[in-house]
Write a protein that binds this ligand. Structure first.
Ligand code: C5P
Length: 224
């Protein structure tokens, strides 16, 4: 028999980049492929959970057995996440754009021989911090991801404190690693100080599918 350690649980996952519109044809984005987030969602479904995957624009297929909510911007992603709650486990793997244009132009900005006005940016909502900080309806287990280039563990610790989540899955995206957009990932699982479980686990380089399965197995243990 296949083990279904997340049977009866609702797992919420964010994945992919966000697109922040400048005008009807242009946007700010990043290089996230959505592979790691989608792999986590697929693994959670395999483990028996009901899964809601809130995904930014990606070019990869929907995972099997998962309800996918497609969004473009960070603000749409936050609204979709809030609409999907309550959840037993929330995993925020999306590469949410930190900033968006202060205004989205209704018409295409024309090339008319002079440069356009400089882009004014404003900060996007932090979805992970918003959900982890809820006094009511906070999922019992809230997990963030962190892409770091140096002091990976130290920065993960500070991120846990700043965002109020329980765990950070930290990956080293320093140049040459090929993590962002690639198919493999070397992750460190970092727990909140004084929280459940061991402080730091460093896993070998693994395919993103395998990372997804192992993460789901660990989180199922923590929820049990
Ligand atoms: O601060 P940083 O972007 O490195 O944090 C990464 C973590 O926070 C990821 O889990 C990401 O999904 C989440 N995040 C978010 N909303 C933002 C920025 C980051 O949910 N606006």
């Amino acid at each position: 028999t296949v083990k279904k350690p997340l049977a009866g649980r609702h797992v919420l996952v964010t994945s992919g980049p966000t697109h922040e519109a400048i005008d009807p044809v242009r946007y700010l984005a990043n290089r996230s492929s959505g592979r790691q987030g989608h792999a986590v969602a697929a693994a959670a479904a395999e483990a028996g959970a009901r899964v809601t995957l809130v995904s930014g624009p990606v070019a990869i297929p929907d995972p099997a057995g998962v309800t996918v909510v497609r969004v473009e911007s960070a603000r749409e992603m936050l609204a979709a996440v809030e609409a999907a709650l309550p959840a037993d486990l929330a995993i925020f793997a999306a590469a949410v754009g930190d900033w968006r244009p202060a205004e989205t132009r209704a018409g295409k900005i024309k090339k008319d021989g002079s440069l356009p006005a400089p882009l004014q940016l404003v900060e996007n909502p932090d979805i992970l911090a918003t959900i982890a900080g809820r006094s009511e309806g906070r999922p019992p287990l809230v997990v963030g991801f962190a892409a770091e280039t140096d002091d990976v563990i130290g920065n993960a610790r500070r991120k846990i404190a700043r965002k109020g989540c329980d765990w950070i899955v930290a990956n080293d995206v320093s140049a040459g690693g090929g993590v962002m957009g690639g198919t493999e990932n070397t992750v460190h699982l970092v727990a909140r100080e004084g929280g459940v479980g061991k402080d730091v686990e460093t896993w070998p380089k693994l395919g993103k599918e395998e990372v997804g399965r192992r993460l789901v197995a660990r989180f199922a243990e923590l929820l049990a």
